[in-house]
Design a protein around this ligand. Structure first.
Ligand code: SF4
Length: 372
């Protein structure tokens, strides 16, 4: 079973190689998805491979000439990778209306890379509107038409239902993985968990699912470390490996997360009993809580509180991606809610291109000592 785990971790370390391998074997189209909440089922049903583009650690050079100084490091890295040719295997790009930075990047992209096919998924801003489902279903229909032209394959209702089942299974398996982390944190390290999540962002889902099905029973039984003393929940957009490593070196253990590149992706299932596009639209409209989604009730604080209770976590670490407005707007509300609930909270700020973690380590160390 170690080999199965290694397969995921190797893939996570070499996404470009894995995506190229799929393309070579399947002769299919690769669709690059900017974060977050892309209906991957539709892409899968059209015979293409959806791959999430979450930026990464790359020196920013040409992107700086196109993006404002206050653009977050994810969109900066995505633009830079395109300039560098890293995404040459990608046949088309999907830009959701997640935030101003992604929407601005989409406009810049249209000018800088006008030869590259691109689709803008402009989600309904008010998800509670009576027309939101109808609008979103129509938008998904347009998305299918765009994909069908690009891939030359039909994504009919049968293909959609098959993909929905595949992704529902995937979400169930990822939820079980999260359950293992919470109930049996001695079973896997933070590095392994984040490798498993990262690999899920680009590996074909049937391949990923079949291997994870084999791996999960073994992970339940596996014991590779002592029971952790400090149990933590991470919230934010994403947690870079360095942060996870520092937390674990300091004796902490991440037992749950509310990360956009993490557990938020695996919430809610798609109803398999109704018309597929309406079902996909309904899932999107019922997602939450998330800083990037319309949420007038501001449910993230109570959600984090219940996540801490369920997983017996001692505290929450809010990892803010520098210049991420949606997250910055959520933070004061979460802080108030968690203070009322008596749950310690630490705010840290990161950028993907960070190279020095000394100050962050000191702050994390002080926080962990306070919890001990
Ligand atoms: S980190 Fe925030 S600002 Fe950047 S792409 Fe994600 S949601 Fe948008």
């Amino acid at each position: 079973m170690e080999q199965y785990l290694d397969y995921f971790l190797d893939a996570a370390a070499n996404p470009v190689k894995e995506i190229n391998r799929w393309k070579e074997e399947q002769k299919g189209s690769v669709i690059g998805c900017l974060p977050i909440y892309i209906p991957e089922e539709i892409i899968d049903a059209a015979g293409a491979l959806p791959v999430y583009l979450w930026g990464g650690k790359t020196e920013i050079d040409r992107a700086n000439a196109h993006l404002q100084g206050f653009a977050c490091s994810i969109v900066r890295a995505v633009l830079e990778y395109e300039f560098k040719g890293t995404y040459d295997m990608v046949d088309g790009f999907v830009f959701p209306s997640t935030c101003d930075h992604i929407q601005n990047t989409s406009d810049i992209w249209a000018k800088a890379f006008s030869h590259r096919p691109k689709f803008d998924l402009v989600y309904p801003a008010n998800r509670q509107s009576n027309y939101a489902e109808q609008y979103l279903t129509e938008l998904y229909r347009e998305f299918i038409s765009w994909l069908e032209v690009l891939t030359g394959s039909k994504a009919d209702d049968d293909a959609l239902l098959e993909s929905i089942k595949k992704y529902n299974l995937h979400r169930r398996l990822m939820s079980e993985l999260s359950e293992i982390r919470a109930k049996s944190p001695q079973s896997l390290t933070g590095r392994e968990m984040s490798g498993l999540v990262k690999a899920s962002l680009f590996l074909p889902k049937d391949e990923y699912n079949s291997r994870l099905i084999e791996l999960l029973p073994w992970l339940w039984e596996r014991r590779i470390r002592e029971k952790p003393k400090t149990r933590l929940v991470l919230t934010g957009i994403l947690a870079e490996q360095e942060i996870i490593d520092i937390i674990e070196e300091l004796g902490g253990c991440i037992v749950a997360d509310d990360l956009a590149r993490g557990a938020r992706l695996h919430r809610n299932q798609v109803d398999e009993s109704i018309e597929p596009l309406a079902a996909l639209a309904r899932r999107h409209l019922s997602l939450g809580p998330c800083s990037t989604l319309f949420d007038p009730g501001k449910g993230r604080g109570p959600y984090l509180e219940s996540l801490c209770r369920e997983t017996e976590a001692d505290a929450v670490i809010f990892i803010n991606m520098k210049f991420c407005e949606p997250e910055e707007f959520d933070y004061p509300v979460i802080k108030t809610d968690l203070e009322k609930a008596g749950i310690p909270l630490l705010f840290i700020e990161v950028e993907q291109q960070m190279t020095s973690y000394g100050q962050l380590r000191t702050r994390l160390q002080a926080f962990m000592e306070m919890l001990a």
